[in-house]
Design a binder for this molecule. Structure first.
Ligand code: FES
Length: 256
């Protein structure tokens, strides 16, 4: 189970109320994680317990009694006595609107997409009850020729592909590269509609500082970074069967 944000190491407990139910969790825990621990799934796209919360997708909004607005539950820590609501009609409507915007510039090729059935964007669209998109987009065909969304896939890395058209710019891959691998190969370039993950925008993955660890692929909630199921580089002198597609350490491989 992905709890949305990393576990707090604090030994001090904080008690709060979520959807009418009292829960005690370690100080520093996010509201999202506290809700998950009591079995309440708050829709999310950018949060994962692999990396620190970033609060970029705005899908995990909650209401907190006595506080204005609808803060992101992934970046809001628990505090004593909070009364949190995660499932009000207002929140459901807001989340549906956010998802509608994500889907409005996403290729509508789920049935032929490699991530079909294993895509968090698809799951979340279903979870918030999105049935139709009102903004007149029609998948890949609407992208402007000079848009990053119209860029071809980057197939340069032998282990994974990068498809900019499917990127929702959640930054998970960037943070996984930094926090899990300690490499700074990825960043977000551009602003607004034109913002995209780089490398991939101006440089091929294989020419970048990427060490092919696979952390970004594991973190990606869509089919933007997708593992290649068949790995072939030129004409090898021998083939290698490995349980790990990402690193060259060969901890579980069999050379043939
Ligand atoms: Fe909280 Fe994205 S999951 S803002």
């Amino acid at each position: 189970t992905d709890f949305g944000t990393p576990a707090s190491k604090s030994e001090k407990l904080v008690t709060l109320t979520i959807d009418g139910q009292s829960i005690s969790v370690p100080e520093g825990t996010s509201i999202m994680r506290a809700a998950m621990e009591m079995g309440t799934k708050i829709p999310k796209l950018c949060a994962t317990d692999m990396v620190d919360a970033f609060g970029s997708c705005r899908l995990c909004l909650v209401e907190i009694e006595g506080r204005p607005g609808t803060p992101a539950s992934c970046t809001t820590p628990v505090s004593p006595g909070l009364n949190v609501k995660t499932q009000t009609p207002r929140l459901k409507q807001l989340r549906k609107g956010v998802m509608e915007l994500y889907i409005s510039d996403h290729p509508l090729d789920c049935l032929t997409c490699a991530a079909n059935g294993d895509c968090e964007l698809q799951d979340m669209a279903g979870a918030v009850g999105l049935r139709e998109v009102r903004y007149g987009m029609d998948g890949a065909n609407h992208f402007k020729p000079d848009s990053p969304l119209a860029m071809p896939k980057d197939e340069s890395n032998p282990y994974f592909t990068y498809d900019p058209a499917k990127c929702i710019v959640c930054s998970r891959c960037v943070r996984a590269c930094e926090e899990v691998q300690g490499t700074f190969a990825l960043t977000i370039e551009g602003r607004g509609f034109d913002s995209r993950v780089s490398p991939g925008q101006h440089e091929a993955f294989l020419d970048s500082d990427c060490v092919s660890c696979g952390a970004c692929v594991q973190a990606c909630p869509t089919a933007t970074l997708q593992e290649k199921s068949v790995i072939e580089i030129g004409q090898p002198e021998h083939s290698v069967v490995t349980t790990c597609a990402y690193c060259g350490v060969g901890c579980a491989f069999k050379a043939e």
